[in-house]
Design a binder for this molecule. Structure first.
Ligand code: ZN
Ligand code: ZN
Length: 344
């Protein structure tokens, strides 16, 4: 049992860890298991090769990774200037930027965890290309790359894909992390993430997967159950500057981590995965260390972690689980995907 407060050095806020609360009886709503896609191609899927999208455009018969401009962009060049200036202290402006969708594979039924290693590498290479292209656009100040997976995070289409929001503002979490990273480097002379990695490896209990140039772990200060960081060991501001060797190791660590997550409950593990990369706003962001964060809204199969009084009302997280316990659960899972076992 862990009952203490832990400092989140990237967000510079306290997380309350109270794992004894995890055993309290639960009579609230439970959520259904994620549906498994059984067919490699779905004629009604707007992401499958050769199919029509809502915009009337058609996907090509793509064979690998396929990126396209989102048909329902949240930010885009077509956005128009707001017609009126608000009164009082309010401000508004155009939602400028670019929104894209990246399909991982033509296969409708595979998750990122199930992709062969070379296809995960191909995806990371595409994200490198996308970052380089989008970050060079003058209106873009930040490139957010993320995957929402599973119905509990609002995704009903299982076709494996992620999204890119290249925005004219920097997302708040990235701003926080950039500030924390710059202050830490100025004070200690070392990147914050390098010290986090060293602390995680020295402890060892929360490390999930490890290779020469990359690793994954449940951080000491996790806000969510099973919250996981996947990161290169070297400090890069974004994915754009990773070498082929680093990309290869990152793909191995990411694949192994996601496989362990799927194997935990032998169901597709729902998550929000985001690449945290330095802003591209023209300022320097010393010490910013590119990493991937994976958060699941589930505490147990079918049981959601609700954001409530402490989180929504007060703004700090209360984690009902001990990060060491959740990491131990994931470390105990096999590294072969359960669906591959069944096919074998
Ligand atoms: Zn599909
Ligand atoms: Zn982060």
């Amino acid at each position: 049992m862990v009952w203490e407060e832990r400092w989140h050095p990237l967000r510079r806020e306290w997380v309350v860890i109270s794992s004894h609360r995890d055993r309290r009886p639960w009579q609230g709503e439970t959520v259904g298991d994620a549906r498994l896609a059984r067919t490699t191609y779905d004629p009604n899927c707007y992401l499958c090769p050769g199919n029509a999208r809502v915009s009337g455009r058609w996907n090509p018969e793509y064979a690998g990774v396929y990126a396209f401009d989102n048909d329902h962009p949240c930010v885009g060049p077509e956005s128009v200037a707001p017609p009126t200036l608000p009164a009082g202290p309010y401000r508004n402006r155009r939602a400028d930027g670019l929104s894209r969708v990246v399909c991982y594979s033509p296969r409708h039924d595979l998750s990122l965890a199930e992709l062969p290693h070379n296809e995960i590498v191909a995806l990371l290479e595409e994200l490198q290309r996308q970052f380089r292209e989008l970050s060079a656009r003058p209106e873009v100040r930040h490139v957010l790359m993320f995957e929402n997976k599973g119905e509990v995070v609002g995704v009903s289409n299982p076709h494996p894909h992620c999204q890119i929001y290249a925005t004219n503002f920097v997302f708040r979490t990235i701003e926080l992390e950039a500030d924390a990273s710059a202050s830490y480097l100025a004070e200690h002379g070392r990147p914050l993430m390098a010290d986090i990695i060293a602390a995680e490896e020295a402890d060892g209990r929360r490390v999930l997967a490890s290779r020469d140039t990359a690793l994954s772990f449940v951080p000491y200060f996790a806000r969510y159950a099973y919250e996981t960081f996947v990161t290169p060991r070297a400090t890069h501001a974004s994915i754009a500057t990773l070498s082929p060797t680093e990309l290869d190791d990152l793909a191995l660590v990411l694949g192994e981590t996601l496989t362990r997550m799927d194997n935990l409950w032998r169901m597709p593990f729902p998550y929000v995965m985001a690449l945290h990369q330095a802003p591209v706003d023209g300022a320097s962001h010393p010490g910013f260390h590119f990493h991937i964060e994976i958060h699941t809204p589930l505490r147990k199969p079918g049981l959601l972690k609700y954001l409530a009084g402490p989180e929504i009302g007060g703004g700090n997280f209360l984690n009902d689980t001990a990060p060491e316990d959740k990491a131990a659960e994931l470390r105990a899972t096999p590294t072969t995907h359960y669906r591959a076992e069944r096919q074998a």
